[in-house]
Design a protein around this ligand. Sequence first.
Ligand code: SAH
Length: 279
Amino acid sequence: MHVVQGRHPAAAPPCSPAPEVAPAAMVTLVGAGPGDPELLTIKALKALQRAQTVLYDHLVGEEVLGLAGPGAELIYVGKESSRHTMSQDAIIALMVRLAREGRPVLRLKGGDSYIFGRGGEEAQALALAGVPFQVIPGLSAAQGAGASVGIPLTHRDHARSLVFATGHLRGNGEVDLDWPMLARPRQTVVIYMGVANLPVICSRLIAHGLASDTPAAIVERATLADERCIRGSLATLPALARANRVAPPALIIVGQVVDLQPLLSQAGETAMLQPADAA
Ligand code: SAH
């Protein structure tokens, strides 16, 4: 027998008017890039210029915020690891409330929203709340740092895989990472949020098989005017970072590609100087 699922037209209820609930406004999750405002995407810039309400994190700098339209309301929602301005739940609740009031929201985060930005959690919550959202990607700090200081994150001769990991402590005080996987040869490891745990990170990588002279660097405030890159090895980097008072935001980059930095940063600067010299 052929069975047709679904209601027979004759059984349809009488037409009733739709309830008068205005649809929620759109939330746009925008990645602001690593810091230099010129590294915003054109799409992000356009969205920022049109925005009415911007909820931004501490990693978003003044220069990027300055690109918002004159009428935009800018709301700071935190958060630094030491200073939580608003809990993640409160941020989500605020986005949902504004959207349901019909106010489009631009949620602006450093780097890319979907890379250690909790954008995934926010998108999930918006989806579950029935709030429409879109995501505009941003350059992540690792990409900005690599390009800016002269460390190609992959290279056929040195690194055929690339891992992004977080060096943030778990609730139990442990850096809960897959150390054997991170200590594989011929790969680049980029660790976000790892400054405070740099000594633990370096010693675990050595304990799991990486040579203590494996090149390693820490890049502070990548792409910004006061960017610093400190280069050493797994054995020497913790002391170098301490001596130079490295502070967040900074990324740890581990792998043979770090050794290319002196050549590539110098060559890059020389190349950039040439047109001006010729003028
Ligand atoms: N969503 C962001 C990452 C947020 S987690 C992105 O895609 O880049 C915050 C961490 O990002 C910081 O602790 C730091 O490790 C890194 N970070 C962000 N901006 C940085 C910058 N300009 N220079 C170096 N590291 C940065």
